[in-house]
Design a protein around this ligand. Structure first.
Ligand code: 5GP
Ligand code: ZN
Length: 114
């Protein structure tokens, strides 16, 4: 999808601070961090949101989260704890319509979320 911001990051046509990548996912730091660690993990393939995934995508979804665990180690927050967030659609607060997992840490996370 040519006009997708995150597809452009995957294609390296716009810059990002890459944190991790493998055959299925790419991870980079959020441009507007909400915590000392705020990294986004995205599938290389364009998926608009988690809502469009099917049973056959279970491997991709698992790899997205396992990459989040790897990032927690790379960022030094594995022991202190961290939070995964996936916003879905308008009420979910999604603003970029290419599936992404937020990995947040380095400070205490409040609950409930806003
Ligand atoms: P959402 O609100 O869709 O769950 O999250 C989108 C995230 O993408 C936001 O946290 C926002 O700061 C981040 N973001 C938006 N544009 C860019 C960009 O050009 N580069 C990077 N690295 N992050 C971005
Ligand atoms: Zn995309």
């Amino acid at each position: 999808m040519n006009d997708c911001l995150f597809c452009k990051i995957v294609a390296r046509t716009i810059p990002a601070t890459l944190v991790y990548e493998d055959d299925l996912v790419v991870a980079f730091d959020d441009i507007n961090p909400q915590a000392p660690t705020h990294t986004l993990v995205i599938p290389r393939k364009h998926v608009t949101s988690i809502a469009e995934l099917e049973d056959s995508d279970v491997g991709l979804l698992g790899r997205l989260m396992l990459a989040g665990n790897k990032i927690s180690k790379l960022k030094g927050i594995a022991d202190s704890g961290y939070r995964f967030v996936i916003n879905i659609g308008e009420d979910g607060g999604q603003s970029v319509f290419h599936l992404h997992l937020h990995v947040l840490g380095g400070r205490h996370m409040a609950w409930p979320p806003g």
